[in-house]
Ligand binder design. Structure first.
Ligand SMILES: *[C@@H]1O[C@H](CO)[C@@H](O)[C@H](O)[C@H]1NC(C)=O
Ligand SMILES: *[C@@H]1O[C@H](CO)[C@@H](O)[C@H](O)[C@H]1NC(C)=O
Ligand SMILES: *[C@@H]1O[C@H](CO)[C@@H](O)[C@H](O)[C@H]1NC(C)=O
Ligand SMILES: *[C@@H]1O[C@H](CO)[C@@H](O)[C@H](O)[C@H]1NC(C)=O
Length: 456
């Protein structure tokens, strides 16, 4: 471990703060941004205990009530730290990142570890795959040969989610990717934007990385469905999803990560197609509307929950949105003039939130308010980290491809073809007790990850 222990860090920061005050940053100076980002990243890692003896690598404390975080957010955090590494060159977390991601791949090397399958959503699984894809694109250190490789992990998840048993077989929502993987879970009949947008995004990236057009075709088919169902409105609002049988009861809540996931995927396809007009139009419309809806006064805001209460999931969306706008500036460089000034104003507001905690440096959530709000967490740290590093995006290397230096080894057939029967962590005791525990797990699972979206 290179990372300092929490008490030592806190003690050091207390001393430093006497001199420097809270998070100081000059957003016109890349070195200053990197220094501030390093402090925010260190504080982020204080929420992670998976590298301590007896703890499970990869995950943040949870799920509720055991801690604030669902499994997916661990996956999202490793992606955030990979982006941090790529934008700053700081490799101090490499051992932690690799150990964490490889620990959660599961027996089929597809991010379906038995501990978590009971509550597995396609979006949960995809967030880990997105981090593996990012590892591929930033040229992150490849795992040892006897371990699953980053690219093949992303392909495994994409292949499994292409499979018909994850999808709606017929009717108006035909080909829709279900929110939940297993029929036993509440939400199996919810065809939501994020699950489909994640699949679209991974497909767009696999297409560009491998130059295999099959991925682009599947991604495009998914975009077309999401658009047809009206999840993207005429005004380019992006809604949350709708239920079977016909996906017409649209839940019009808008969360920034839905729009940003589609936008980033569109930017990959725009770049992959060498600037096709149809993807340019989609980028332009999504950028305009995203900045309008989620950056009032040019400061990031979650309109569907921030006026009330955002949960720990929602409290992490601003960071992804900033980073994916960052990627958009790389893959469609003409968008920089529109996006960059907004991200800068937003980041300036974000760092003003970073005056909390024992070291006077932890960040709050409500960036538009201008003062620390006391609401700290892993999501809040990821948000500010995303806000800071996205300002560096135009000047760092764009995502690699197989022909521009990427080294990760793929496998087009990765993933499991087995029928979808949940596998659980070994249960000790008699059959009856076992069955009872499985029922309890399934019930608990139905309330699990991304639970707020379920309006069943
Ligand atoms: C699954 O849970 C057990 C018991 O808590 C733990 O020992 C193991 O490391 C976990 N595995 C994963 C992949 O989370
Ligand atoms: C392209 O990807 C598809 C979908 O995974 C796969 O079936 C096909 O074999 C790939 N083609 C090549 C040439 O790798
Ligand atoms: C694709 O991305 C690269 C890397 O940033 C960039 O140089 C190129 O101009 C992009 N292509 C288009 C069509 O914008
Ligand atoms: C690109 O991918 C192909 C097929 O997967 C592989 O044979 C080739 O070696 C890769 N090229 C590079 C430069 O890695």
């Amino acid at each position: 471990m290179v990372r300092l222990s929490t008490p030592l860090l806190a003690a050091l920061s207390l001393v430093a703060d006497k001199v420097h005050g809270a998070l100081d940053v000059n957003l016109d100076d890349p070195e200053s941004i990197k220094k501030a980002a390093a402090l925010v990243a260190e504080d982020l890692l204080t929420f992670y205990h998976g590298d301590e003896p007896g703890m499970v690598p990869g995950i943040l404390p949870g799920p509720p009530p055991d801690g604030d975080y669902y499994w997916w957010q661990g996956g999202a955090m490793w992606g955030t730290l990979l982006d941090y590494r790529h934008h700053t060159g700081d490799k101090q977390f490499d051992d932690t990142i690799s150990e964490a991601m490889l620990f959660q791949v599961g027996p089929n090397a597809d991010f379906m570890p038995p501990n978590w399958t009971a509550s597995m959503g396609n979006d949960d699984q995809a967030f880990w795959a997105l981090s593996a894809m990012l590892a591929t694109e930033v040229g992150y250190t490849d795992p040892p040969e006897d371990q699953p490789q980053w690219l093949s992990l992303a392909q495994a998840v994409f292949n499994e989610q292409t499979h018909e048993d994850r999808r709606v077989p017929s009717g108006n929502c035909e080909w829709g990717l279900r929110w939940q993987v297993y029929p036993s879970n509440n939400g199996y009949n919810y065809i939501n934007t994020i699950a489909n947008a994640c699949y679209f995004n991974i497909g767009a990236r696999l297409a560009r990385y491998t130059a295999n057009s099959t991925y682009a075709d599947l991604a495009t088919k998914t975009w077309d469905l999401v658009e047809k169902l009206g999840y993207i409105s005429d005004k380019w609002d992006v809604y949350d999803g709708a239920h079977l049988p016909d996906c017409t009861d649209i839940n019009k809540a808008q969360f920034s990560y839905n729009a940003a996931m589609l936008l980033q995927g569109a930017a990959f396809l725009y770049n992959y197609t060498e600037g096709e007009q149809i993807w340019k139009d989609r980028i332009d419309n999504l950028v305009d509307r995203t900045l309008e809806i989620f950056f009032p006064g040019d400061i990031a805001f979650e309109p569907s929950c921030e006026p009330g209460n955002c949960n720990a999931d929602m409290e992490s969306f601003k960071g992804y949105t900033a980073r994916w706008l960052g990627t958009t500036m790389q893959l469609a460089p003409y968008t920089r003039d529109k996006i960059y000034p907004v991200l800068k104003t937003s980041a300036q507001a974000a760092v003003k939130q970073c005056t909390g905690g024992d070291n006077g440096r932890f960040c709050g959530f409500h960036w538009t308010t201008g003062t620390f709000d006391g609401e700290i967490g892993a999501g809040q740290q990821m948000n500010v980290l995303g806000a800071l590093i996205s300002l560096l995006s135009p000047d760092v290397a764009a995502p690699l491809t197989n022909s521009t230096g990427g080294t990760s080894v793929g496998n087009v057939n990765a993933g499991s073809d087995e029928p979808l029967v949940p596998t659980f962590a070994p249960i000790t005791g008699g059959d009856k007790a076992g069955a009872g525990i499985i029922t309890a797990l399934l019930v608990a699972g139905s309330l699990s990850a991304f639970a707020w979206m379920s309006i069943d």
